[in-house]
Design a protein around this ligand. Structure first.
Ligand code: XIL
Length: 464
């Protein structure tokens, strides 16, 4: 088979006939030859999905999602691995009412429908916040009475629209400063601290079945901010204001899981509210390496264990499950790799940290892994274009060979960025002279055209 170089950029944007398979190479970086394979792109074949591990312990394991991405591998993983979805942005005021009185529910509707189709809960995020509000709202000048009406109507409209379909609402997001005083916001400045009680009361009226939460960051350990939140929840309960839970966002830094995390969860539980870890991610200084990924695994495991140890910690949600769908890199310069799956959907050690803390038994290769993912990128009546992406996390390759056996008579006619040979049904592709190296944290792709008829099942690929 001839090799030729060509760009696959336009191919990769076509996704109507996507399918995938992955093979995980379990080998130490030094002993590339020994390997085990797994047949799906999800994780090692023996792994129990996180949602099932969580369910067995009475925990819902969730993820934030981007509605437009809920197809292909992203959709497969979101549906298979998680028991709840939180719209990362789609339910924020600025998303749903970009112009006053003009609503766009498309992405939020899509996420709710996807969740219902996959037997998942939805965590609504968020009704009252100082950020990501529409310009017409933040740019307006409002009397307190007008502000109150705007907020009441917004909550009634949004929580009312999804009435009965949202397990929990982050009704109020990020009300505190680091020192435990109230944050100066449109709401606090205009309405005083009672905007919180009012918002909760309006949310209860709009959707009586939803659990109502206050959510904040830097409240994972016992500190001034979490104590202010604790005192607020206690006083709301004393006043009979509807409050069912607190959300601890948990946007954490590598190696800095607060020692008092479990104690803090427990003190909220003892107030008689549920606790959710609502936005877990653990960022590191890039590039990632195997030591950082091992620390990240330990950190994810510690957070999950803290939740697992407290009965009222009901949900643990990651803020994006793949490094390709995380807010971290664009928000914290030089930081990233904060989620449990890498950008190519290979589970990282962090994934196994969550799994192990929930009683999962599969252990990842201690020194990391390289994976190969086979994708049908486009397909027409007699032919198709395929792609294989090799990626390494905590390991590296200096040369590679990917093999598979076609099950339905497919034949490769051309390849690029690899030397491919086919004998009968067996295909073997070796690196080209210029792309044998796959560094830790890096990836290499090659492509091919092939013929098919009757069927085009995705083969299981082996990296060796
Ligand atoms: C983030 C989203 O992930 C980004 O896509 C967006 O640009 C900014 O907001 N705390 C929250 C979330 O409550 O809503 C934020 O989400 C992350 C911090």
């Amino acid at each position: 088979m001839r090799s030729s170089r060509s760009s696959s950029a336009s191919r990769s944007s076509r996704s109507s006939f996507r399918a995938r398979a992955a093979a995980a190479l379990i080998a130490s970086a030094a002993v590339i030859g020994s390997l085990l394979t797994a047949g799906s792109g999800v994780a090692h074949a023996a792994d129990t999905p996180l949602r099932d591990l969580g369910a067995a312990r009475g925990k819902v394991i969730g993820t934030a999602v981007t509605g437009s991405r809920l197809t292909g591998t992203y959709g497969d993983l979101a549906g298979a691995q998680f028991g709840s979805l939180t719209p990362g942005n789609a339910m924020k005021w600025g998303s749903v009412e970009p112009s006053r009185g003009t609503f766009d529910w498309a992405e939020a509707d899509r996420i709710v429908a996807f969740a219902e189709a996959h037997g998942q809960q939805v965590r609504g995020h968020t009704l009252v916040w100082h950020s990501q509000n529409p310009g017409w709202l933040t740019g307006g000048s409002w009397t307190p009475a007008e502000l109150r009406t705007l907020l009441r109507d917004h909550i009634g409209t949004e929580a009312g629209r999804y009435k009965g379909r949202i397990a929990a609402w982050d009704v109020v997001n990020e009300p505190f400063n680091e020192d435990g005083t109230y944050r100066s916001t449109l709401w606090y400045d205009g309405l005083g601290a009672d905007y919180i009680a009012d918002a909760l009361t309006w949310a209860r009226a709009a959707d009586p079945a939803a659990e109502l939460y206050i959510n904040d960051y830097n409240v994972e350990g016992v500190n001034a901010k979490s104590t202010a939140l604790y005192n607020l929840v206690r006083s709301l309960k004393e006043r009979g204001v509807p409050i069912d839970g607190v959300g601890l966002q948990a946007h954490l830094i590598l190696g800095q899981v607060p020692a008092t995390f479990q104690q803090n969860i427990q003190r909220f539980a003892d107030l008689g509210v549920d606790v959710a870890i609502t936005e877990l991610d653990i960022r590191m200084t890039l590039p990632s390496d195997s030591a950082k990924l091992a620390q990240q695994k330990a950190d994810y495991k510690a957070v999950t264990a803290a939740c697992a140890a407290v009965a009222r910690c009901v949900n643990l949600t990651v803020w994006g499950f793949t490094d390709s769908d995380s807010w971290v890199e664009s928000t914290f310069p030089g930081q990233g790799a904060a989620t449990p799956y890498d950008a190519n959907y290979a589970p990282k050690p962090a994934y196994y940290g969550i799994s192990e803390a929930l009683g999962g038994t599969t252990t990842p290769p201690p020194t990391g892994a390289c994976t190969a993912v086979y994708t049908v990128q486009s397909q027409w009546n007699t032919g198709f274009t395929g792609n294989v992406t090799l990626s390494c996390s905590g390991a590296s390759l200096s040369s590679w060979r990917v093999t598979w056996t076609y099950g339905a008579g497919q034949r490769i006619t051309q390849s690029w960025n690899a030397d491919c040979a086919q004998s009968g049904a067996a295909v073997s592709c070796r690196n080209a002279a210029y792309n044998g190296g796959v560094p830790d944290g890096g990836s290499v792709s090659f492509g091919f055209n092939a013929s098919w008829s009757g069927g085009n099942p995705v083969p299981e690929v082996t990296l060796g």
